[in-house]
Design a binder for this molecule. Structure first.
Ligand code: MLT
Length: 278
């Protein structure tokens, strides 16, 4: 797989860029990197150009000097995605998928740069802002990571990220996820947690999104449960567009692309083919 490096306002960012054809952009969750999409990059590249960045601070991407302390807002990550597309000279509207934190960022891309989006795939994500308690927990984790000097405080998330079936029957998925979290830096964890803590509630803005959308959620997702995703899938569906499009993925918790890659990839491929009229 080919990793490419580029610069946005002096910050070096990295992305996977594989295959050729109409573009699909994949935004990873927290505290992860583009390798959570390995199965999708491998499968989708035979029909599509698959672009999977390491978001600012994660994987091989850097942070700007004050990012860890100030937090990176979802708008900033979104601007990086547009910077990436410009750098790659992808000017046609793309199919954009974002998982969880990647979904929070995808909302911002779709709301701020609607002309760049042909289809939107919110995966295992939320449209609400944090309540007080989870927001406080984010600041705590940010501080704990900075004190530890590594991402270990984020490992407590693992039981919530994966479904019970995956944890019991597919230990290799948990091992890959754990290793991915462990190699992220304290600064990346702090920057993202402080940014997510102040993200906005976008529910009132979703009717401005005119691109077709497909929501995907794992049936066992406890972070962004199917019922919650259904609520905003209804807001995204509107006259002139498809009915509520929500695909529930079996045998999966929050990490649908890793836990049931075949079902997840098939849903994305079918939607992208429809968007591009292939
Ligand atoms: C993720 O998977 O990106 C996280 O669960 C997002 C979050 O902490 O809200």
């Amino acid at each position: 797989m080919a990793q490419r490096l580029f610069n946005v306002e002096g910050v070096r960012l990295a992305c996977e860029d594989a295959g050729s054809g109409p573009p699909i952009v994949l935004l990873h969750g927290f505290p992860l990197d583009h390798t959570m999409w390995d199965a999708q990059v491998k499968e989708l590249q035979s029909h599509f150009r698959v672009i999977a960045p390491d978001l600012r601070g994660f994987g091989a991407s850097q942070l700007a000097e004050d990012d860890a302390e100030n937090g990176v807002g979802m708008e900033r990550y979104a601007a990086d995605v547009i910077g990436l597309l410009d750098w790659l000279q992808v000017s046609e509207p793309v199919v954009l998928a974002g998982l969880s934190m990647g979904g929070y960022i995808a909302w911002q891309v779709a709301l701020r740069w609607p002309d760049r989006i042909r289809g939107l795939i919110p995966c295992d994500t939320r449209a609400t802002a944090d309540a007080d308690e989870p927001r406080a927990a984010r600041f705590k984790m940010a501080e704990a990571a900075m004190q530890a000097g590594n991402s270990s405080p984020a490992l407590v998330m693992i039981p919530k990220l994966l479904g019970a079936e995956t944890r019991e029957q597919r230990p290799e998925v948990e091992a890959k996820l754990r290793a991915m979290i462990e190699r992220q830096s304290a600064e990346a964890v702090a920057a993202a947690q402080r940014g997510m803590a102040r993200r906005e509630d976008v529910r009132g803005k979703l009717d401005a999104i005119t691109a077709d959308s497909l929501c995907i959620v794992g049936v066992e997702d406890v972070i962004s449960p199917p019922a919650e995703m259904h609520e905003f899938a209804v807001l995204l569906a509107k006259s002139g567009h498809d009915d509520v499009a929500l695909v529930e993925i079996d045998h999966s918790g929050h990490m649908t692309p890793m836990e049931n890659p075949a079902a997840f990839t098939a849903a994305v491929a079918a939607f992208a083919k429809k968007c591009y009229q292939l």
